[in-house]
Structure formats: C-alpha cells, structure tokens
Design a protein around this ligand. Structure first.
Ligand code: PLP
Length: 403
C-alpha cells in the first residue's frame, strides 16, 4: 500500500489504520472533506458565537424535528450541559451554584441497567443519580428491568430529570409518559446510535426533551463536537451556561431566538459549561457534516462495509489456525464485523499478543480487542479505506507467520 505523505510524518507521529470503528482514542472519525474545507474557511473571520449557535439551532431543529438545538464539544460534554439545563432551567442563582455538592432539586433518575462510565458527565453538575428499577430481567416472568411504579415512586420534588441511554433494552415511551405527568424532562444519550439516520428524529418524536448525539462518530464532523436537540427553553439554559458571559448587562444583546433576555434579571456569569467551549470552526464543521450525513445513501454504505468485511474475512480464512465468522449483516442496521478466532496453541501466539504487535507497527493497526482474552479479535470495516483492506490482511498474515 502506497501511503501518501501525511502531516503526521512531519511531526514524527505514527498514523493508524482503523479497523475498530469510531474510537475517540484514535481520532474517532475522518472529518468529511467538505467539512474540513468549511472549517478552514470558518477560521478566516470573526463571528459572534451566539449568532452561529442560533443558526446551528435552526439546522438541528430542522433535521431532528426538535424545537431547538446546540453544538456541544462532544456527546459527553452534551450530557453535562443537558443535566445542568434540567437542574437550573432559567434560574440564574442555581446556575451560579453549579457545580454544587447539594444543588437544589438535583436528583436525576436513571434506570439501574443504564448506569455507565459516561454518567460521570451527568454527575459533574453535582447531580445525584438515583437508580431506578431492579435490573432483574434474568429472573424470568414477572420482574422486568424497570416497572412503571418504580419510576413513579422515585419521583419527588428533588427530581430534576430522568436520564436514559438509547440502546433498545428498555422502552422509552412509558418513561416519557410518567415524566410528562410530573413535568420532568427526559434526556436521552443517543451518542452512538447513528446510523440509522431515523434515530435523529426517533427520540424527539417519542417526546424526549433533550437528545444527545456524537458529532465525531458516523456524522463525521470534528470529533470534538456533539449535537444536542431538544426543547427551546432547555437549549437557552444550555447556551447561558456554555457561552462566554463576559457581557455587560446594558449592552448584552444575544440573538433572541437562542436567548430571550427579557425574562432574565441579569447576566449569568461564566457557567458550568464554559470549559466546554466550541470553536467557530467546529460549529461550522459539524453543521456541514450533519447536512451531508442526512443526504448520504446509507444503504449503499452498509453494502460497501459489508463487502469490505467479506473481502477481509474470506482472505483471513485461508490462514492456518484461524477461523472466521461475521456479526451483523448487510440487511440490518448493524454493520458487518469480522470475528476472527485464533487457535492460539496451534499458532503459538495469543490474540492479545497479535493485537499488540499490530498496534506497534508503523502505521499502527488497530483491531477490536474486547474479546482478546478469549482468543478473538474483530475487524470493523467502517473506517477501512479501499486500499487498506489488502494491506491489513497482509500484515495480519505476516504477524501470524513470521515471528
Ligand atoms: C461515544 C459515546 C459517548 C461520548 O461521546 P463523545 O462525543 O466522544 O463525547 C457518550 N455516551 C455513549 C453511549 C457513547 O457511545
């Protein structure tokens, strides 16, 4: 494989071949060419960030069907901003208290089975996560993950929101139904749910108040971006807590459709979200990429990924001591992955050893290692370029044979 000279060569930093999908630790995604060009143009001018976020809000609203939207510095930052908005609303005093050990009304309910490492982003506000549901599906009939009464009985005057992670294990509708009765917002972490594209509108349609997506996964915007779609009053709260607020009250004049100052007693100073600022280049890059993602023929992409997976999988199948299967199919929304099982004794090399030696090459090669301890490695085709597939197979073969 003839690799073009890369900017990273100039800095002596090895590049990587990505066979693991969208992983932040190796750069997440390749920013769409058009988005990268737009970012370069964006860097040439000053612009009022609130004007740009107001425009992004219109674009996101149009695409998701939500009232409003906001560009965050990633989905994780989006979770923090959304939690802060649910806790503070338009209350300047509460905003000024965050993060607090005990902010007022800052309990956020979360299904026990939805606890994950990213919920730290919610707890950053000072919110206390209250687990709901027994998470005991495995007991058979009767108990389920989360029952309606369990949600209802956990709601109190301290409840600021209900957090939900989109992953098809628990229906969202009953949660929203109860939350609506009690006037409590529901925030949905949908960071990794694209594609399918339908998920851009799915959770909003079901009545979620805030939905968060990563901008640097399948959307292929800058990886330090996220998309928030939701209720306009909550988006206003996000803007108030994220934007630079070194403003003078008498001359403070943000775009009205993003921040209506007529109901505010003053300027909320640098808020909880100030550290998650988003640059003009990133906002432009994200909205450019988002529009292209919506227009893209995703079925053709699935087919292309499926073909790449087959090409690699069938070539690897010919190596002694290697067995190949596939997860996902080209017919569903799941991307076909190659699952490679090594006969470690016959080969004389373990899966973790192979994963590591690939990773130490130049360019580095990243394959999926979640099941390495079981003698398995995986290949996700989403970020493998046409000219990289044969090289990848060749390097795996060499590493298995020539040691
Ligand atoms: C990727 C992911 C995140 C973090 O997204 P970033 O855009 O990298 O901040 C949060 N939650 C879930 C479920 C994810 O898959």
């Amino acid at each position: 494989m003839a690799r073009n000279k890369s900017i990273y060569d100039k800095f002596g930093v090895p590049t990587a071949i990505n066979a693991v999908g969208t992983k932040t630790r190796i750069g997440g995604t390749k920013v769409r060419e058009e988005a990268a060009i737009a970012m370069r143009e964006a860097a040439k001018e000053f612009v009022r960030i609130s004007d740009l976020q107001a425009h992004a809000s219109d674009v996101i609203a149009d695409i998701t069907g939500a009232e409003a939207g906001y560009v965050s510095s990633g989905a994780s930052a989006g979770l923090t901003l959304c939690a802060a908005a649910c806790i503070a609303g338009q209350n300047l005093k509460t905003m000024s208290m965050l993060p607090a050990d005990k902010p007022p009304a800052a309990e956020i309910l979360i299904p026990k089975s939805h606890r994950n490492s990213y919920d730290r982003a919610i707890r950053l506000t000072g919110a206390k996560l209250i687990e709901i549901g027994n998470n005991d599906k495995t007991l058979g009939p009767g108990p389920s993950d989360l029952e309606v009464w369990e949600i209802e009985s956990a709601i109190s005057d301290q409840t600021a929101a209900i957090a939900y992670v989109a992953r098809n294990d628990l229906p969202l509708e009953p949660i929203i139904e109860i939350a609506d009765i009690h006037n409590i917002p529901v925030m949905v972490d949908a960071a990794g749910t694209l594609p399918p594209k339908d998920n851009l509108t799915e959770f909003i349609e079901k009545g979620a108040d805030l939905v968060i997506f990563s901008g640097g996964k399948a959307i292929r915007g800058p990886q330090s971006t996220g998309v928030i779609a939701g209720r306009s009053d909550l988006i206003t709260s996000i803007a108030l807590q994220n934007l630079d607020m070194d403003a003078v009250l008498e001359t403070w004049d943000p775009p009205k459709r993003l921040i209506d100052i007529s109901s505010l007693p003053g300027v909320p100073r640098q808020g909880l979200g100030r550290g998650f600022k988003v640059g003009q280049e990133e906002i432009i890059g994200l909205i450019t990429a988002l529009k292209l993602f919506v227009e893209e023929d995703i079925e053709a992409k699935y087919e292309q990924w499926h073909e790449t997976a087959l090409q690699i999988g069938e070539a690897l199948r010919n190596i002694n001591g290697v067995s190949v299967s596939y997860s996902g199919t080209n017919k569903s929304s799941a991307v076909t992955n190659v699952v490679v099982k090594l006969n470690e004794d016959a080969i004389g090399l373990t899966s973790p050893e192979l994963v590591l030696s690939l990773r130490r090459e130049n360019p580095r090669i990243f394959v999926g290692d979640h099941e390495a301890h079981r003698g398995i490695f995986t290949i996700n085709p989403m970020n493998i370029e046409a000219d990289e597939a044969a090289y990848l197979v060749d390097r795996i073969r060499k590493n298995l044979r020539d040691r």
